[in-house]
Design a protein around this ligand. Structure first.
Ligand SMILES: NC(=O)c1ccc[n+]([C@@H]2O[C@H](COP(=O)([O-])OP(=O)(O)OC[C@H]3O[C@@H](n4cnc5c(N)ncnc54)[C@H](OP(=O)(O)O)[C@@H]3O)[C@@H](O)[C@H]2O)c1
Length: 308
């Protein structure tokens, strides 16, 4: 098993991050480049992050990935890129499986053949949400196409590559590092728009849908730390509390100094939704907390770090 602990020789370790132009990927690339030689891949948004070599990549053409890796020779791949919008996945299931699952199998095979460690970014949505507080041992039960593509990808990673870790990340909040509109920033963006335009209609947020929400900064730090341990298998990375979207909205308003009247509570059970979403996919994070130095923060701590 390759253990990436070459103290003093960090610059010589080549890290390859897919989806470095994305919300989590940008933070991962920025952190990685502080210590390691870092290549970041984009698809539609060519980015510029200090000390990160940016390369084009198309996950729908897994045959091209081999050339990309052969020429860059990474010792660690963080496969973070995805087709992550559940509604779009539901409408385009073939493309979703191609990008989220097919490419992951190809990456896992390359990593195994080339003695490369692989970190795969998965999601809390692999669970059906009927139980909550899910541990790494709990059975998966994907409800949507997006979740199914991730479950199949996880299986490929663990089957094809011995030196691999699957990081199941909870719903993320916070701010991306690049000057682009990330979909995960929508709530802060819409709150500010409503406040500034004095639009009366409040934002409806579910009181009966629970996640272990984690700030993107915190998630990136935890992923980078896990990557450089010898931990293999599945690990849950979420924030330190189970919270509904509505309660999160209240805390976000508080952190931004905005009135809570901008949001109003509603129930998932009463909503007409096109894509099935699990109700409680809160994650049990005791395994990660038992060995990571990175503290997994609750929402107040996470928001304080972002908004200060
Ligand atoms: N956001 C969350 O709350 C959350 C929660 C749990 C797990 N996750 C997982 O975390 C990872 C990152 O999510 P995110 O929210 O940061 O997503 P994001 O901001 O939408 O970024 C997605 C990244 O994937 C790249 N990408 C998309 N299609 C591609 C293709 N065909 N070929 C190559 N690259 C492609 C995008 O590149 P361009 O932008 O350059 O096109 C972008 O860099 C994903 O694996 C997601 O499933 C996210």
């Amino acid at each position: 098993m390759v253990i990436l602990r070459e103290y003093g020789k960090e610059r010589m370790i080549k890290v390859f991050i897919t989806g470095a132009s994305g919300f989590l990927g940008g933070h991962l690339a920025k952190l990685s480049a502080e210590k390691y030689s870092t290549v970041g891949a984009y698809h539609s948004y060519k980015f510029d992050i200090l000390k990160v070599k940016s390369v084009y990549c198309d996950l729908s053409k897994p045959e091209l990935l081999k050339n990309l890796f052969d020429s860059n020779k990474p010792k660690l791949i963080i496969h973070n890129a995805a087709y992550p919008n559940p509604d779009k996945c539901e409408k385009n299931p073939d493309l979703a499986f191609e990008i989220n699952t097919g490419s992951t199998g190809a990456i896992a095979k390359w990593a195994e053949r080339n003695n490369c460690r692989l970190v795969f970014i998965s999601t809390d949505m692999v669970f059906n949400g009927r139980q909550g507080n899910y541990s790494e041992e709990d059975p998966v039960g994907p409800l949507s196409i997006y979740a199914k593509t991730k479950v199949e990808a996880e299986k490929l990673v663990l089957h094809e590559c011995k030196n691999a870790v699957v990081c199941r990340i909870a719903l993320m909040y916070g701010r991306g590092v690049l000057p682009r509109q990330y979909s995960s920033e929508w709530l802060e963006r819409v709150l500010k728009e409503k406040y500034n335009s004095e639009i009366e209609e409040p934002i409806l947020l579910f009181t009966d849908q629970y996640r272990s929400m984690i700030s993107v900064n915190n998630a990136a730090r935890a992923v980078m730390e896990v990557a450089f341990t010898d931990y293999c298998g599945i690990i849950h990375l979420g924030g330190a509390e189970r919270i509904s979207r509505y309660e999160f909205g209240k805390k976000l308003c508080g952190a931004l100094g905005l009135p809570e009247s901008l949001i109003r509570e509603t129930k998932y059970d009463d909503a007409a939704v096109n894509t099935p979403r699990p109700k409680d996919v809160s994650l049990n994070i005791s395994r990660a907390s038992s060995f990571l130095k990175t503290k997994l923060l609750n929402v107040d701590e996470g928001l304080k770090e972002i908004c200060q």
